[in-house]
Design a binder for this molecule. Structure first.
Ligand SMILES: Cc1ncc(COP(=O)(O)O)c(C=O)c1O
Length: 436
């Protein structure tokens, strides 16, 4: 497969953009490639690069494209919205429609404020939690990623983990000391932290997906909820990935656990920039202009993005039974077959999946339940997997510590093709293991 044009563009990109990319997760460094592929078109479950190569896409824009690239229902809405104007700096009716729809899908959200990204949503939710509880410190789990605001870039997953570190430089000691981290799944440690009654909120991905996918223990989630209630700590579910993906009401509906606040992103913008934070009205009414917790945004609730989000969620709402059943069936199909292929070739893997997400961890461990388990993965084997897939027309997230995303647009034929190539990748890895 030829990647000359992408490589040329990357040379220019490196000159003008740090690392040549506008988000580090787009770099292909960790999978031993000099340059990423530069995308130019997407349709359904396919994406094309500037060299004209076609790929089955398991990145799906890192989550927003649950209906695939450019689904008609979203494109029609966006075309109409663009005709009326790009942005007004005044409220629009569609923002209200989207807010109402979000509250219908996710009943723990009585009121919701739109932002432009998931990062803004989590940053604002944490500020609000501090104001509501009158406490300064916050808690998070190791390996969870909640965007790139200062307070949340501590023991973080996603791109930091891929590049081999977890705390960003440039954050003051004061901020760092106010963020307490706990290993995912460690209820005793969490108890110790929350029982100080100094913690404003625990922010968590109910299903961690930024150290690779971790399937949470339901009893652990219940214990977390109980502990937060007992200690007066607000529980924030960061459902930027899991929202509208595990079920219409996200992980909270899937597991039947009600958080105090929720943060959303990705799918609620249908591929356009939108985030949101919401929760009980008594909490949300502390946000300006009702209260004094400031949150604002020139492009918050942008009419084009909001229309894309509305059409996406409306589609999910009207087709919920078919959508979530079909996505889960697809994931189960690919994961169960991939497990068999890995076993056939003696390739050591643990495959975690839930909803329409999965991660293949190249590890000798029996299970991957937290950051320490995830870090046991052999990233060289992951690179072999990634490159075999890429060279055979399948694009996966270029990191061991991320999720593969499936969409409604993926067909059985797409999954069968992916399995054919996985067979080749696992054979190479198995042969290497057996040769040692
Ligand atoms: C769970 C979670 N929270 C927050 C964010 C930040 O969202 P954004 O990239 O839109 O700022 C992400 C991004 O991947 C995420 O996965």
């Amino acid at each position: 497969m030829n990647h000359e044009i992408s490589t040329e563009i990357f040379k220019k990109a490196e000159k003008y953009i740090p690392g040549g990319v506008n988000s580090p997760v787009r770099a292909f460094k960790s999978v031993n490639r000099k340059a990423p592929i530069f995308a130019c078109k997407g349709k359904g479950a396919r994406v094309w690069d500037e060299d004209g190569n076609e790929y089955i896409d398991f990145i799906c824009s890192w989550g927003p494209l649950i209906l695939g690239h450019n689904p008609k229902v979203v494109m029609d809405g966006v075309r109409e919205a663009i005709e009326y104007g790009s942005s007004f700096g005044l409220p629009t009716k569609m923002e209200v429609e989207l807010a109402q729809l979000i509250t219908k899908c996710c009943p723990s959200i009585e009121k919701v404020r739109l932002t432009t990204s998931g990062t803004e949503a989590t940053m604002s939710a944490v500020r609000l939690a501090r104001a509501y509880t009158n406490r300064n410190k916050i808690a998070k789990f190791e390996g969870c990623y909640h965007g790139h605001s200062d307070a949340l870039l501590v023991k973080s997953g996603s791109g930091l983990l891929t590049d081999g570190y977890q705390d960003s430089n440039g954050i003051t000691q004061g901020v760092l000391k106010d963020t307490i981290t706990v290993p995912f799944g460690d209820i005793e440690k969490l108890k110790e932290v929350l029982e100080t009654k100094e913690i404003a909120c625990l922010i968590m991905e109910p299903v961690p997906a930024n150290m690779g996918v971790i399937y949470p223990n339901i009893e652990f989630l219940k214990d977390v909820r109980e502990l937060c209630t007992k200690t007066g700590t607000l529980l924030i579910f960061d459902e930027v990935i899991s929202g509208f993906r595990l079920s219409l009401g996200g992980a909270q509906e899937y597991f039947g656990i009600t958080p105090d606040m929720t943060t959303l992103g990705k799918i609620i913008g249908g591929g356009y920039p939108v985030g949101a934070f919401g929760g009980r009205a008594e909490i949300m009414d502390l946000v300006a202009p009702v209260g004094r917790v400031y949150h604002a945004g020139t492009l918050s609730g942008n009419p084009v993005s909001v229309r894309a989000g509305f059409e996406t969620i409306n589609y999910l709402y009207n087709n919920r039974e078919e959508v979530y059943k079909s996505l889960e069936e697809k994931v189960n199909y690919i994961v169960s077959n991939a497990r068999q292929l890995a076993e056939k070739h003696g390739a050591p893997v643990v495959i975690n999946s839930i909803g329409s997400l999965f991660t293949i961890f190249f590890t000798d461990r029996k299970e991957v339940n937290n950051l320490e388990d995830a870090l046991s993965s052999n990233t060289e084997n992951f690179a072999i997997y990634f490159n075999t897939m890429l060279e055979n027309g399948i694009i996966c997230p270029p990191s061991q510590f991320e999720a593969h995303f499936l969409s409604m647009a993926h067909t059985k034929e797409d999954l069968d093709r992916a399995l054919e190539v996985m067979d080749m990748a696992f054979k190479k890895i198995g042969d290497n293991v057996n040769a040692k």
